[in-house]
Design a protein around this ligand. Structure first.
Ligand SMILES: Cc1cc2nc3c(=O)[nH]c(=O)nc-3n(C[C@H](O)[C@H](O)[C@H](O)COP(=O)(O)OP(=O)(O)OC[C@H]3O[C@@H](n4cnc5c(N)ncnc54)[C@H](O)[C@@H]3O)c2cc1C
Length: 655
């Protein structure tokens, strides 16, 4: 490894470098090598075997509290998950369901008795579980799910019931084959009252793997990707579980049926419960960044080896990465992957703060911190997963026909990551959550709406605006302050100028949105209609906010780099990230006269220039992702023949 590669990798690996190394080592085992021509049944069996191997490592324990044998290092746990995404994504998702969702729900929504009783076996994989929230009829709108959990005081049992097919639990990971116990989200009824969505533990299979009485299980069948995960449908016919099966951190039932909760307001209680499950969203976001890194590493390595067309007068064909358009396809995607890496790193650090402490759940009770984390996670997850979908497709095309061949991994990456934009929160819905949180800044101006009780579009609780600066506050302000007053004086590659454009757009879009909503309402519009008719504006506001947050994170990362050569390189990458964004969104800046036509054209020229400047560093930039060859596996990425042979050997199924 060259010094520079080592340094850049160490910088990217960051605070939890040790866990990244541990996971890389684990993935080097041939058991984890990608396989391509395998039946769904064999794939599921293989993924379970791999998951058992992962269970024996430190990774899953990092997520859980010490009193159940965990290590309570949430940042390291999410980083481990993210690194594991360099390998087979079915295994990743299977593990995400088991430890992140099933275990995470017990950890965060349950109390000590649940933790002690279930978590040690969940960690070791002796108890396989499901997280059953989504129903056929309701996915994004979880509050409207229709499964019921009705308390029967006479028997001191909770009766879980699926009223009709629309209320079946759908797409549930681990349900079709392996799960024994499910965390089932249902409308809780007791003592004549309806208390909204709560989670109840329901056994779905006995020790021999047969469905429990009253539980029907269907297999969702083949999917576009992730076929190593056994997704299924669950329905419950008056299934009785003991009163203690209720995960009762946020609401409990006394033996006589009396309901109590530390959070009075039903809607607030619901959002608090969901907010505690945010780690899954952050993990998927990290997985999207890792998958983008894998695809880019394959495409860049191929682009450095592949030659097409002789230049006139030349003897050799041209390396395809020397074509400007090829650079334009891969280098901006690479630059934005760096930007999102740093944004994700900051997101993980925030999650670590919120969920670490004397107990895993201690600081999560700080509602403000949790809500800020939720909004940040929603925005970053939407951005990283869309970025992955776009980048992987670009990489596939950039590898020509070779990119379409399964052994080169890109087809599977495409198929497996596609759903990242949907699960753990549909991206469009998540961006609306971001915008709603931002709009709380304007809540005073919407005061009248509150009295109408129709403020569904502004979050329930007042919180400080998340537009506040993150770690980069001082640095960013200093850079912006140093910019000359007039736009036409700004150097396109001056960081302060770039920041000021991103920041101006964020404020301008949000101010305009707030004015538009207020006008609609003061003119007597129905709150839902007013919000709905501004939905495009809402999404633009959220995107502008996330773009600014991501840039801030990049700027903060560059600021903490103390190696001058590395700093220059990171600066160059950041320039390309910003300039390609400005090029993409130049219509907006032109429409709002923040860019003249001449400057807009200059941005395109600047993108070309920076692509050329970064071209000599392309291999270094992907090597620094630290993806071991056996994990990368794609022959087109592995250069010489011996490496190809090694990859073939390693890619052979272990059994
Ligand atoms: C492979 C896979 C695994 C899964 N695993 C699990 C699991 O283990 N446990 C679990 O509980 N769930 C799981 N899910 C379910 C997943 O979380 C849901 O699919 C997701 O939340 C979206 O819900 P939906 O499919 O009902 O889509 P819908 O909510 O019906 O959305 C459909 C479309 O409508 C749009 N839309 C919805 N509301 C709005 C709005 N207000 N404004 C504008 N557009 C809107 C969305 O953007 C989307 O494009 C899984 C899904 C898949 C595909």
């Amino acid at each position: 490894m060259t010094d520079q590669r080592q340094q850049l990798q160490a910088f990217l690996d960051g605070r939890w470098a040790w866990v990244r190394d541990e996971v890389r080592d684990t993935l080097r085992d041939p058991l984890f090598a990608p396989v391509f021509d395998i039946s769904i049944d064999d794939h599921r069996a293989r993924v379970l075997e791999q998951a058992r191997r992962i269970a024996a490592t430190r990774g899953p324990r990092l997520l859980f509290s010490k009193d159940v044998g965990g290590e309570q290092e949430v940042g390291a746990a999410i980083t481990a998950f993210e690194t594991q995404a360099l390998g087979d994504l079915s295994l990743l998702v299977k593990g995400g369901v088991q430890w992140g969702l099933f275990g995470g729900a017990i950890q965060h929504l349950g109390t000590t008795e649940h933790h002690q009783r279930y978590l040690p076996d969940a960690i070791s994989l002796d108890l396989l579980g499901c997280f059953a929230m989504t129903e056929t009829g309701h996915g994004s709108d979880v509050q409207s799910i229709r499964t019921t959990a009705t308390y029967d005081a006479e028997t001191q049992e909770i009766v879980v019931h699926t009223p009709d097919d629309d209320a079946r639990k759908d797409y549930i990971g681990n349900a079709a084959r392996d799960g024994r116990l499910a965390v089932v989200f249902a409308q809780l009824r007791t003592d004549g009252g309806d208390y909204g969505v709560h989670a109840v533990l329901v056994p779905i299979r006995d020790d021999d793997g047969r469905p429990c009485a009253g539980v029907s299980i269907e297999d969702c069948g083949p999917k576009l990707g992730l076929n190593g995960v056994d997704n299924g449908r669950l329905a419950f016919n008056q299934v009785r579980v003991p009163r203690t099966a209720l995960l009762d951190r946020y609401g409990s039932i006394a033996p006589d049926g009396a309901y109590t909760s530390p959070i009075e307001n039903e809607s607030r209680r619901f959002f608090t419960m969901l907010g505690n499950l945010v780690q899954g969203r952050i993990s998927v976001s990290g997985a999207a960044v890792s998958a983008s890194k894998v695809a880019l590493t394959i495409a860049v390595k191929y682009a450095l080896a592949r030659r097409q067309f002789k230049a006139p007068g030349g003897n050799e064909e041209v390396v395809i990465l020397d074509f400007l358009q090829h650079q334009r396809r891969l280098m901006p995607a690479l630059a934005s992957t760096y930007a999102l890496h740093f944004a994700q790193e900051e997101l993980i650090a925030r999650a670590h703060e919120v969920f670490d402490g004397d107990s895993v759940t201690a600081n999560a009770d700080d509602e403000l911190a949790r809500r800020k984390l939720e909004a940040l996670a929603a925005g970053i997850k939407a951005t990283t997963t869309w970025h992955a979908t776009h980048t992987i497709q670009t990489c596939r095309e950039a590898c020509g026909g070779a990119g379409y061949i399964a052994v080169n991994r890109l087809p599977q990456l495409k198929a497996d990551t596609d759903v990242f934009t949907t699960f753990e929160g549909d991206n469009t819905v998540l961006l609306q959550l971001v915008a709603k949180t931002l709009l709380t800044r304007y809540q005073a101006e919407f005061g009248e709406l509150d009295t109408l009780g129709t403020m569904r579009f502004v979050a329930d609780q007042v919180m400080e605006t998340v537009i506040e600066r993150t770690a980069a506050r001082n640095i960013v302000q200093r850079l912006i302050d140093a910019v000359p007053g007039r736009d036409e004086d700004g150097d396109l590659r001056d960081r302060g100028y770039q920041l000021s454009l991103f920041e101006w757009r964020e404020r301008h879009v949000l101010d305009g949105l707030a004015r538009r909503l207020r006008k609609g309402i003061t003119e007597g519009g129905d709150a839902f209609d007013v919000f709905n008719s501004a939905q495009d504006h809402v999404l633009t506001a959220a995107r502008a906010h996330v773009d600014r947050i991501v840039l801030d994170a990049f700027v903060a990362a560059i600021d903490r780099c103390d190696d001058p050569e590395l700093t220059r390189l990171l600066d160059l990458i950041c320039d390309l990230h910003v300039l390609s964004h400005l090029e993409r969104d130049r219509a907006y800046f032109l429409e709002h006269t923040r860019l003249t036509p001449a400057r807009a054209k200059a941005i395109t020229a600047a993108v070309n220039t920076v692509c050329g400047e970064l071209r000599p560093h392309a291999e270094l930039l992907v090597d620094a992702f630290g993806i071991p060859d056996v994990v990368l596996a794609a022959p087109i990425a592995l250069g010489d023949e011996s490496a190809r042979q090694a990859a073939k050997r390693d890619a052979a199924p272990a059994r």
